[in-house]
Ligand binder design. Structure first.
Ligand code: F0G
Length: 459
């Protein structure tokens, strides 16, 4: 595209449409009350613009739907499996690829094999399911993102970077207790922020010097590679697949949710080089997911993912993807709404602590904002703060490092006018932020409480 024009062009046109259902404010008020003020409990038909997650919610392409017709549902050794395996290895040339139904299944398998009591797993920032799977194995999940990555307002091109000094210190002291180091690209819980190639190289060097494997949580690898291409010195001339392959070459394995960058509605994988660990993982896979050539997936899913992986690394798509997310973030910033900056890849994160400074952390300012966005404009977002991360393994409740509300953008799904509407609603809510109530939790499940907890407004 001619760089002199600024309008963001979606690099596709619409081929098949889905209706959106309009609701009144009164309908939304009763829907959210029935849902116990938890956005996860809403019926999606009562949501107008669904920014709860970018996971499995994107639009598949014509070529993905066509690929689905090639799905071969043989139990073992299906050609769909071999196409999928080749597409994964084209970008991530690990020796073993183990298909799973989604990312957390890959996490469950690897931490069943490598986790356990007395162990500690560092990560720039664990995503909620990753943390839960580490802790379920009895191990400690430790977040060691750089200091800039814990502050919503600080500008840094690679706020997802791992604190390499902290990694070095941990491995110096306890390498024997660290079965694996994880790097999440991009860093979802910390604002969708990228990790630089230099940081991945540094982490790889430290891990390998201490004999500890480095794994990637690579859900948003293509977005991360695009940021490297755009922001890191010496990278702007490289092809995206080439950057991805270098990232993979620095690691010993990966977990993947193919519901993100690979444009799947379902899917994931675990990949790694170590033969012995791979064998142990396949033994768990067969118990929980399925035979090693389909994991938890149908042949048609494997086909859709093989095609999606090719589309995910296309520069026209990535340029549009990252610019359109920034379009929302920049507009909110210009309207005075506090957002995590720079704007991340798959989502805009509103700083609810700054916006609702009258609500204490243990009355969940992020939840308060997310509920208000739904009541006001039918927008579903997701709290990433004390509701998600506040409950500690010892049973106490502590404020999370940040109180964020994530507006996650499903891939290739909403148009710029949908986003203009979101900007209008968020700005309107920000104007009466001081009138929003805090919340108390009236029902709390034991694990991953944010999914099914119920709340009540205070006062
Ligand atoms: N790792 C990261 C960084 C993720 O963002 C997710 C999912 C997972 C692992 C788990 O993958 O859902 O396929 O089991 N994130 C979604 C989200 C749910 O909304 O951010 P999964």
């Amino acid at each position: 595209m001619d760089q002199n024009f600024h309008t963001i062009i979606e690099p596709f046109r619409i081929h098949s449409v889905e209706p959106l259902r309009m609701t009144t404010r009164a309908e939304r008020a009763s829907a959210i009350e029935r849902a116990g003020f938890n956005l996860f409990n809403l019926h999606s038909q009562d949501v107008l613009i669904d920014l709860l997650t970018d996971s499995g919610t994107g639009a598949m392409s014509r070529d993905q739907w066509a690929a689905i017709q090639h799905g071969d549902e043989s139990y073992a050794g299906s050609p769909s499996w071999f196409r999928f395996e080749a597409a994964v290895k084209e970008l991530f040339p690990f020796k073993h690829v183990i298909p799973t139904h989604q990312g957390r299944a890959a996490e469950k398998i690897i931490f069943t094999v490598l986790g356990g009591r007395g162990k500690v797993v560092p990560n720039n920032t664990h995503f909620d399911t990753t943390r839960a799977n580490v802790e379920a194995s009895g191990a400690e999940a430790r977040d060691i993102v750089i200091a800039e990555g814990r502050d919503a307002a600080t500008i840094h091109p690679f706020k997802g970077n791992m604190d390499l000094e902290a990694l070095e210190a941990l491995l110096e002291e306890r390498a024997g207790d660290v079965p694996v180091v994880f790097l999440t690209i991009t860093n979802n819980s910390g604002g969708g922020q990228p990790v630089s190639l230099a940081n991945i190289r540094g982490a790889s060097e430290i891990c390998h010097r201490h004999g500890v494997p480095l794994f990637l949580d690579a859900c948003r690898f293509a977005e991360n590679a695009w940021f490297i291409h755009e922001r890191e010195e010496g990278q702007s001339q490289r092809e995206i697949p080439d950057i991805v392959r270098e990232i993979a070459s620095l690691a010993d394995g990966m977990t993947m949710s193919a519901k993100k960058d690979p444009f799947g509605n379902i899917g994931g994988w675990l990949a790694l080089n170590d033969d012995y660990v791979a064998e142990s993982c396949r033994n768990v896979l067969i118990l929980t997911e399925g035979f090693p050539t389909y994991g938890g997936l149908a042949g048609r899913d494997l086909e859709a993912l093989a095609q999606g992986l090719k589309e995910a690394v296309h520069p026209d798509y990535l340029r549009y993807r990252i610019r359109s997310t920034a379009y929302l973030g920049d507009a909110l910033d210009a309207a005075g709404v506090p957002v995590v900056k720079p704007i991340g890849g798959h989502a805009v994160y509103i700083d609810a602590k700054a916006m609702l400074d009258h609500i204490p952390a243990l009355q969940y300012p992020g939840q308060a904002l997310a509920v208000a966005l739904y009541q006001t404009g039918g927008i579903r977002s997701c709290e990433i703060g004390t509701v998600m991360f506040g409950r500690q393994p010892d049973g106490t409740e502590l404020p999370a490092a940040m109180e964020l509300v994530r507006l996650a953008i499903p891939r290739r799904t909403y148009t710029q006018s949908h986003i203009d509407y979101v900007i209008e609603v968020v700005t309107a809510v920000a104007q009466h932020a001081e009138s929003l109530p805090g919340y108390r939790m009236v029902h709390e499940p034991k694990a991953l409480r944010h999914f099914t907890a119920r709340f009540e407004p205070i006062g």
